[in-house]
Design a protein around this ligand. Structure first.
Ligand SMILES: NC(=O)c1ccc[n+]([C@@H]2O[C@H](COP(=O)([O-])OP(=O)(O)OC[C@H]3O[C@@H](n4cnc5c(N)ncnc54)[C@H](O)[C@@H]3O)[C@@H](O)[C@H]2O)c1
Length: 247
């Protein structure tokens, strides 16, 4: 029996990279998975991969920065699978348009805050009442090594991910009486199509001095946090970074 047997999970940004790997792993562990993804082609491809692995998957084309869209998608997921125990706030990511606070375009700053931080807030706010109604469960947020160390050149992204660290702890305190654990994963450099586009390769990362991780290596931590094996892990930020934060 899988570690997530009987659980129903919503994964945001599940069409690519870490989210796509997590959708497959969660399903292999027995979860019924709903993918909220803005990129229709990626969402459909990912849902097909989950089904090919023998899992049940619902893909809903959703922009997680739009309250009505998220509310509708979460309600459709709950209606389809009969409830919700796990929310994995994964959608987001740095872009080449980010930069120093001195020269980044202000609208790009807001776009990043909107997807990474506001999207996490919004999905959590709209999903947690359903998780509570199901008797409890887990929320997994996604921050970054960039929120744990001072870095420059990605100030919008670092700010959004820093906000997620504090939001995670605030949510954990408030969700504790509801039987809902809230933790965040802080990935280091992970090789995905998006990060390849930003110049990442299989070589040891110059900035962080570790080999890039694989999406599955982050998905493994997410599956643990979603499972009852993590029943005493709450309100914490866990790196999946090959040791980068230690340098
Ligand atoms: N890859 C890394 O090196 C790395 C490092 C640290 C943190 N992270 C974090 O991990 C998460 C996943 O990263 P990844 O590399 O797998 O990214 P990715 O780009 O491969 O996947 C992110 C997915 O989110 C989707 N998305 C973006 N905006 C959305 C929106 N408004 N609504 C719905 N979906 C939306 C994208 O379409 C994409 O499919 C992100 O939060 C990222 O910040 C990644």
């Amino acid at each position: 029996m899988g570690r997530l047997e009987g659980k129903r999970a919503v994964i945001t940004g599940g069409g690519n990279g870490i989210g796509a790997a997590s959708a497959v792993l969660f399903a292999r562990e027995g979860a019924k998975v709903t993918i909220l993804e803005i990129d229709r082609e990626a969402g459909e491809r990912s849902a097909a991969a989950v089904e090919a692995a023998g899992g049940a998957c619902l893909f809903l084309e959703t922009d997680i920065t739009r309250p009505e869209a998220v509310e509708t998608a979460v309600a459709r997921s709950v209606a389809h699978f009969g409830g919700l125990e796990v929310l994995y706030n994964n959608a987001g990511g740095a872009t080449a348009r980010d930069g120093s606070f001195l020269d980044i375009a202000p609208e790009e700053f807001w776009r990043t805050i909107s997807v990474d931080l506001y999207g996490t807030f919004l999905c959590s706010r709209l999903a947690v009442p359903h998780i509570r109604a199901a008797g409890g469960g887990a929320v997994i947020n996604t921050t970054s090594i960039r929120a744990m160390k001072g870095t420059e050149g990605a100030d919008a992204y670092s700010s959004a991910k820093g906000g997620i660290v504090v939001l995670t702890k605030a949510m954990a305190l408030q969700c504790l009486p509801m039987g809902i654990r809230v933790n965040a994963i802080a990935p280091g450099p992970v090789l995905t199509e998006r990060t390849r586009g930003l110049g990442m390769t299989e070589e040891a990362d110059q900035q962080w001095q570790v080999r890039p991780g694989r999406p599955e290596e982050v998905a493994a931590l997410a599956a643990f946090l979603a499972s009852d094996d993590a029943s005493y892990v709450n309100g914490t930020i866990i790196p999946a970074d090959g040791g980068a934060a230690a340098f």
